[in-house]
Design a protein around this ligand. Sequence first.
Ligand SMILES: Cc1ncc(COP(=O)(O)O)c(C=O)c1O
Length: 492
Amino acid sequence: MTTITSEAAAFNSENMPGGWGGSDPASYGLPGERELAAIASSYFPEFYPDRAKELVRAYRPVVAPADRPGGAGIAPAAAAQNGAGALSVGEEPLEKIRADFPILSERVNGKPLVWLDNAATTQKPRQVIDRISYYYALENSNVHRGAHELAARSTDAYEASRDKTARFIGAPGPENIVFVRGATEGLNLVANAYVKPLLRPGDEIVLTILEHHANIVPWQLVAEETGALIRAAPVDDDGQIILSEYARLFNVNTRFASITHVSNAIGTIAPVREMTAIAHGFGVRTCVDGAQSISHMPVDVSSLDADFFVFSGHKIFGPNGIGVVYGKSDALDSARPWQGGGNMIADVTFERTAYQRAPQKFEAGTGSIADAVGLGAALDYVSRIGMENIARYERELLEYGTRGLKGVPGLTLVGTAAQKAGVLSFVLDGHSNEEVGHYLNRAGIAVRAGHHCAQPILRRFGYEGTVRPSLAFYNTPGEIDLLVSSLRELAR
Ligand SMILES: Cc1ncc(COP(=O)(O)O)c(C=O)c1O
């Protein structure tokens, strides 16, 4: 059986509120796509649950062994060198990688900086810093509209970054890439430009309990305005999405689903491909919040099949103030502009405005041009090392860190999903999270302590906050050893 709802028709801009094209079936007294889907599902009640069960059955978590060939070979012996030693990430020696990041040579409280706050923001290699300086020294101009040489240089640099971004995440082309300020702005864009016009009172948006507040609050705001409801999928005691429960949240009222790819608070990797397939089985489009996955693993939006994917430049060794919304072409075409201004228009009169096509339709005003260019340099940097190599190295480091932390008396790890990336959240008996954070800071170790803007998932485990060391590929086993020994000292 094929899907009842024709996605193309359901998301056709002509069916948008406001009757952009004036072909709304309701205006002829006919049932629309949603009504037809509701009617059909009442005749075929088994249709939706069966499809969901099939997808749930198809999902098998895969846990990559730490010792698989080609890994960095992280082991206590390597760690004993208390530094990058002879380790490498793919072909690139770790010492060389660390030398690219000037701030990693900084001292804090008289100690070498140990940056384990990568989930909050990542440090920048000199290749990114230099690229931004070069832009301001030699290319600075507004983009697109100038007839002069510098406008051509800056436009080339800006659009080259869009191309690189499309290639980096496996998007069909640069027209699928919208530059925004960051993941937060990206999620607000998707909620307001695409989803809000679809919503009617009683409609539902499916999230998960793992979400960062940036993937909760924008949905609450549009739900409040339209009378829609939010539903959140639960996790099991390890922090893993329960796919059968997830599938149960969908029904004929579901209009959209937004999912974090990796939890910033507990590190769970959500099975977003399977979750997207479940949503699509119900004729529902999805957005993946890639803020925490983008720097840790290869991302291919085409194979994930998500309709939207967002991330921030500063989480992937790029500048602040730049982020990306990927959207499928038909989804971007049917979305309304969400901010008005220069750059996004084709023609303006006081009677009406004609808009540019995507992505310009969503880029009102002067964007963060230098930061977009810097993001391109960051993507070049990690691409040269290889995202597969980065993922493999970090997986070993995460497992090494997990083993180390488990040995600290009184320490409880929060979030023990089989599939995790980047994050080692924990609480320590007898010590507040802030106290642990300050203690580690005295040893030069930067970690985050608090609710990590993800209160629902921490409360699911009975906590208001945790201590959260978070990893990047420039971290070393020696740094993990220092973290563990400092915590052992505090726990004594
Ligand atoms: C999972 C997740 N989503 C969204 C965001 C928001 O990112 P930004 O603050 O860069 O907009 C973050 C930031 O920590 C995050 O971890």
